[in-house]
Design a protein around this ligand. Sequence first.
Ligand code: G6P
Length: 442
Amino acid sequence: MKKLKIVTIGGGSSYTPELIDGFIKRYAELPVSDYYLLDIEEGREKLEIVGKLAKRMVEKAGIPMTIHLTLDREEALKDADFVTTQLRVGFLDARINDEKIPLKYGVLGQETTGPGGFMKAQRTIPVLLDICRDMEKYCPNAWLINFTNPAGIVTEAIARHSSIKSLGICSGANSMLMDIAKAYDVEKSQVYARIMGLNHLIFADRIYIDGADVTDDFIEKLAQGSATNALKNIPDIGFSARFAKALRMYPISYLKYFFLTREMVDAALADQKTKGTRGEQTREIERKLFELYQDETLTGKPKELEQRGGAWYSDTACSIISAIYNDKKEIHVVNTTNRGATGDLPDHVTLETNAVIDRQGAHPLAYGPLPVKIRGLIQSVKAYEELTVEAAITGDYDTALLALTINPLVPSANVAEQILNEYLEVNQRYLPQYFNNAKEQQ
Ligand code: G6P
């Protein structure tokens, strides 16, 4: 049988044991012979720690998968079949700056939503497109499965500026399906939700259990608080029962940043003074995880990994890779190019929705018009995302200023300018596309 080579870029991530667990569980249908964990020099120590745990997990499972650890991108990418990415340019320190700077102006500071997502995209897109250039050279037929945030924006940049076949994935939709299953005490496989939107801005407007429509009943559960849409990384502030019923859709938790902005910014400001920003909390979770990972007796992914917001994402990543490899024609929620799934967004933009996954990739299900109650929000966030991609590629200051200004969570062009200037100053070393332009234009 042809050897199956998979690469994870950002291999030293604390999420990697999730992926190893996912590939081990699926070995019969997805016989990975060589799994390369690739990282950069600054991530060498983490790569060694995660790599040793990965080898212990594979050895305990007794499957013939060889784990390779490397800092050499060409060695890793050569003839790869699938490449997954989960990297954080600037590490958590950069994320914490992304969170803190907007909060100084009373504006949401968050990893992927609002100005934080803009800044993470500016650091990340050049690196991901450089990886695409290398994939075009060393594994032009490989699939790029992107988990790197902001996943939707990054996936759009890849789709529009490289020839590499790609999909974007996120743990959000999977968490929503798990919450629905929990509310009805059924298996996740018995749940189907009609989902549409953007990454970290998706909505389920129809919910089925074994094919029976339970939408109104689930909305009632949400209204009464007996069902949740809580993600570990988002403050558990809920909508009123009245609003939950008025919306009559099941939103990802991130919607609260747009429809409960004042309350969520106040919570972020309060948290900053007590337990720190989410990035600071995550840094502490990471420290404890890497202590755990160094325990030679650990031969599985630890429960503590569920404290991360992206927990269980491997279910999504590995099942999608298997659906492509085995031409399964399964339906999964992915970030993919619109191509007419909804006429209320341009065909060329990336959205997050149900798609049939087979050897040719993702075929988004026809959704039709966006409900008017969320159409404006989705269209304005997508416009922000398109300018964010353009700014990341061109390094054009004015495009960046416009992107931030039209983001619904940024209240004024003056505030956008102040946030942008501080962001550029703090991130110069990660912004080759800006560094010279920024100095000339200011
Ligand atoms: C979410 C999202 C991920 C995000 C993560 C943050 O659930 O789906 O895209 O990166 O949580 O979690 P963290 O533990 O890093 O705050």
